[in-house]
Design a protein around this ligand. Sequence first.
Ligand code: AMP
Ligand code: MG
Length: 513
Amino acid sequence: MNAFKDFSDPLVETRPVSAKGSSPDWEHSFAALGSAFFSEIAPQPMAAPYWVGRSASVARDLGLSQAWFQSDDALQGLTGNTVLTGTRPLASVYSGHQFGVWAGQLGDGRALLLGDLADVRGQRQEVQLKGAGLTPYSRMGDGRAVLRSSIREFLCSEAMHALGIPTSRALCITGSDVGVRRETMETAAVVTRVAPSFIRFGHFEHFSNQEQDGEGPPHRELRLLADHVIGQHYPECLMCETFPGNPYAALLQRISERTARLMAHWQAVGFCHGVMNTDNMSALGLTLDYGPFQFLDAFDPSHICNHSDSQGRYAFNRQPHVAYWNLHCLAQALMPLIREQEQAIAALESYKVVFPAALQQHMCAKLGLTDARPLDADLIEVLLQMLARDHVDYTIFWRRLSHWVAAMHTNNSVRDLFIDRPSIEAWLLRFEQRLGAQDPVRTSRTMLRTNPKFVLRNHLAQTAIQQAHARDFSEVATLLSLLESPFDEHRGYDAYASFPPSWASSLEISCSS
Ligand code: AMP
Ligand code: MG
C-alpha cells in the first residue's frame, strides 16, 4: 500500500534524498516479516522545520556523512517532509498490558520505521521517526510528539548510552512551530531514534492473542516473529544446551537475562522509567520509550516519577518486580511455541538469578571493590538505608565518595551530606576497613569512571526545554556534550552537577508527551 498521497501536504515538496551519498544501504528486515506486522504509511509533513539537536556521535556510528547531516535534505528527510531514498516508512502493530491491565491492540501510533542501516561496526540499526504523524494505530492521538518530551527523549537516550546502559539512541530532533494540543498548546518535534530492533514484548503479545483463522499453521505470525528475533538477535538460541530443541524457551531465557541486567543498571544508577508497560519493554533488553523518566535526586526507594501513576505501580523500587511480571506476560505470549510449562518456568527463573547478581556487581563496582566478599551485601544495604533515611542526593553521594577514597578520608564532603553523622562515620570506617590494602588513588580513579558526575536531572532538562521554547537550543547542546561524557569533570560546569534547586521538586512529569 502506498498512502503517501493521503498525507502529503501540498506546501511541502516530497522528493527522494540519500543519507549516504550514492550508495545508501537501507534494508528492510522488519518489513520482510510480511504485511500482517505493519502498515506502510507516509510521514506527515511539518511546516518550516528547524534543527533542535543533533548527535554527531550517532551520525558517526551510522556512517552518515557530516555534510549530509548539516544539509537541508537531512532536515527535511528526518522531519518526514521528504522520503529518504531507499526507505520504506511503516508503523508496526503491537498490543500490551498497560498498568497491569490488558490493553489490546496498540501499535506505533506516532513512530515510523524507515528501515535499517549498517552501522560502522556492521551491525544493522533500525531508524525510526517519532512524532511523524498519524498512523492506523494512532487511536485517539494526533501522531505528534511535543518539543518538551522530544528533548527529554533525545538527551536521555544519549545520556544512558554514555553511562553504558543499553538503550535506543537518538540521532536528532527537528522542531516546527506547528501547534500541538496537550494540557496546554505546545509545538511539535520529531526525534529520529535508532536501535538494532524496536520489537517489544507487546509484539509477541499481539500475535499470541490474535484469533486463529483456521487457515495455515496455528500462530504462524507469532512463530515468524520469534524466528526473526532469534535469527537476527539471538542465534545462540538455536543451539542452547539448557533447552535443546526448544529455541523459544531459550529465547525467553535470553530476554529474561537481558531484562535482568537492564534492571540492575537502572537500579544502580538511580533511573526510574515511569511507564513500564509491556509495550515499552524491549525484546533486546534496551531502555525504550522515554516518557516521564527521572534520575533520582534525593534517594527515595519508593519514588514515583510519573505524575499519572497514582498507585505507584512503577515506583523506583518496584521496577525489578514489574520487569519480572512483564516477563511473565512475554512467557504467556510465547507459550504456544514453548509448549512445555516447566521450560517456560525454568527460562523465567534465570531472571531471579541474574538480577540480584548483576545488581550486586554494579553496587560493588560503585564502591570500587575489586573482589567480592560475603558481607558486601550488608555493607550496601546499610548504606542504602542511610541514604534513604537522610534523603541524601544519590548521584552526589557516589561522586563524593569516589573523591573521598583518594583524599585519604580526610575531607568531610561525604559526611556533610548526612544528618545522622554517627551512622555515616561508622559506615565510612567499615568501608575503609573493607577497602583494606586496595590502592586508594587507583580505587578512586575506578570509582570516578563508575559513578557519573552528570545525569539528566529533571530540572536540567526543564531549563533546556524552556530555552528551546524561546528558540534557543544552546542548552540542549550544552547538556548533550556534558551527558556524552558524564564521568569527566568538565571544569566550569559544576552547577550542572550540583543539588537540584527547590523548584525541581514541584516539577510534575506526566505521561503527556
Ligand atoms: P507511550 O505511552 O508513549 O508508550 O504510548 C502508548 C501508546 O500510545 C503507543 O501505542 C503510542 O504509539 C500511542 N501514542 C502515544 N502518544 C500518541 C500520539 N500523540 N498520537 C498517536 N499515538 C500515540
Ligand atoms: Mg510506548
